[in-house]
Design a protein around this ligand. Structure first.
Ligand code: ATP
Ligand code: F1X
Length: 315
């Protein structure tokens, strides 16, 4: 069982246009709505592969009701925490070549009581869980140490905890020593305060975090795959996709695959390959749709325990 906490979930509306022009009126060629927010997506990806998961999230306003209905339809177990402000709606504008423009709302202001209810509900759900995962941005009003608090409290109960966030909440969480973090390239660069043009730069930054007490640092690198660093190993995996459709949620699917494989007892390399497979499959799907087992077929992953660290990264 993997329990996810998404303090700032969303309704994700994807709108398809032929060519996005700033300031112009566009006639969309289609649209879709998905339940969203990074932890929600991790739970959706797990549930789509038949893995046990519960998503904990605030459920304010009519949008909060819709989000719960969408999760019910997708067969994702969830525990909603009532809050006074409405869940946000995030828009993705998708062009035929896969270019994605994203507009994320800030989300509702949460009170201290609502924040505590979210963390307490996550801990209630996490008895016996293989992993507790805190994911995404924090809504206005939530303290920057929300994930750090989660890490400390899960660790205090002997549980395993992973964090996927950015900026100040990620920095605070890192200081509390989660078992695993999954920054993307930009988030890791922001965390360490300098750019990371090569795989060696990423390895060095990730190894510093391992030295600080984080067991596993998995850095997602978009079309360059992902690098997993522990005290013992540096492993790279990558999958080539011929027709990328939407990258929204790919990192969440990557994290879901990685944690699912680790909790199934697979070694780090196989777990990374599973994560990269789930992430790459997500990129072949519209909006933030998560891959079903059939979507994983036909994608091959190149895994190496001895990566070419001089390689310059695509972004
Ligand atoms: N163009 C691509 N081709 C192949 N695989 C990709 C591509 N883009 C992403 N992936 C896969 O998806 C994973 C996650 O991608 P990325 O690093 O963009 O995550 P992210 O920035 O955290 O995404 P998000 O925040 O939208 O969930 C990568 O590790 C890789 O496996
Ligand atoms: O604003 P945040 O919390 O950083 O990201 C939210 C979000 O962009 O992340 C998911 C994709 O990873 C989407 O479902 C959602 O809209």
């Amino acid at each position: 069982m993997i329990v996810t906490l998404t303090p700032n979930p969303s309704i994700d509306r994807a709108v398809f246009v032929d060519d996005l022009v700033r300031g112009a009126v566009h006639r969309a060629t289609g649209s879709r709505v998905d339940p969203g927010g990074k932890g929600v997506n991790v739970s959706r990806a797990l549930a789509a592969q038949g893995a046990a998961t519960t998503a904990v999230l605030p459920t304010g306003g009519p949008e909060g009701h819709l989000l719960q209905e969408l999760l019910d339809e997708a067969g994702v177990a969830h525990r909603g925490v009532p809050v006074s402000g409405p869940v946000r709606m995030n828009i993705s504008v998708l062009e035929p070549d896969g270019t994605t423009t994203k507009l994320n709302e800030p989300g509702p202001v949460l009170s201290d009581v609502e924040v505590e209810a979210l963390v307490a509900t996550t801990l209630e759900q996490s008895a016996g869980a293989a992993w507790v995962v805190g994911c995404g941005s924090l809504p206005p009003g939530a303290p920057a140490d929300l994930y750090a608090t989660l890490v400390t409290r899960v660790r205090g109960r002997g549980g395993r905890v992973a964090i996927d966030s950015s900026g100040a909440p990620l920095a605070a969480a890192v200081a509390a020593r989660p078992h695993l973090v999954k920054p993307n390239h930009e988030e890791l660069a922001e965390l360490v305060g300098h750019s990371l043009p090569t795989l060696e730069d990423v390895r060095a930054a990730a190894r510093d975090l391992v030295t600080e007490g984080i067991e596993t640092v998995a850095v997602s690198l978009g079309s360059d795959g992902a690098l997993l660093v522990t005290a013992e190993s540096v492993i790279h995996a990558r999958a080539t996709i011929s027709a990328p459709l939407s990258t929204v949620g790919a990192g969440d699917c990557m994290l879901a695959g990685l944690l699912h494989a680790l909790s199934s007892g697979l070694p780090a390399g196989d777990a990374l390959a599973t994560g990269v497979l789930w992430g790459a499959a997500a990129v072949t799907l519209p909006g933030s749709r998560v891959p079903a087992p059939a979507d994983l077929r036909g994608i091959s992953v190149q895994l190496t325990h001895d990566p070419d660290l001089s390689r310059t990264l695509a972004h």
